[in-house]
Design a protein around this ligand. Sequence first.
Ligand SMILES: N[C@@H](CCC(=O)N[C@@H](CS)C(=O)NCC(=O)O)C(=O)O
Length: 213
Amino acid sequence: MLKFYHAPWSRASGTLWLLEELGVDYQLELVDIRMEGGLPETYRRIQPNKKVPAIEHDGVIITERAAISTYLAEAFPQAGLAPAIGDKDRGPYLTMLVYCDSVFDPCVSARAHGLTYASNDYSFGVFDDMVAYVDRILSERIYAAGDRFTAADTQLASAVHFTMHILKVLPEKPSFLRYLERIAERPAYQRAQAKDMDMARTVPAFASRFEKG
Ligand SMILES: N[C@@H](CCC(=O)N[C@@H](CS)C(=O)NCC(=O)O)C(=O)O
């Protein structure tokens, strides 16, 4: 049994997309991270910081997007979304999966909050270096880890889409736009987007957006 703890339009949306790419059965548990007063303390048993995503597979809880993506892609290898040990794409794949959470995400948050700092002040370094690196990677490669789509793309493309189009912090580099165009053609991506939209309609914090049409 696979349980997925999810909140629509959140960092968990990339995991929803990965589950759709894998084509596996899962039980979705909606977690209202925007609820007034915050999530109940009991949720810390699932995610210690009261965040999403989290998964529970055969009684084992897994948290943190990089770990969840690595785990799921290897637990369901038939989808071919995890380059195997020995595959030349394995190193770039793991690098990009972890880079999304440990460098890309905090760099964007720091920029969005107007934090000024030197690269060696924080392990994730500075925003401009991150943008230059991701731009180089997506100019050299078709996908996050090479020529084929992997689980790393569900994290990288989700991050690029959200921070460029919604948060409007990431610059609109041609390499980013081309990458998102390729991604948008994927049926599993489109399915996940539609499911997330339907779930967002049920979230009280989003009610006013849907009323306005
Ligand atoms: N390090 C976590 C971060 C997850 C995260 O930031 N989730 C946000 C969703 S946008 C969340 O649940 N926020 C709710 C809160 O902090 O109260 C991961 O990569 O899985």
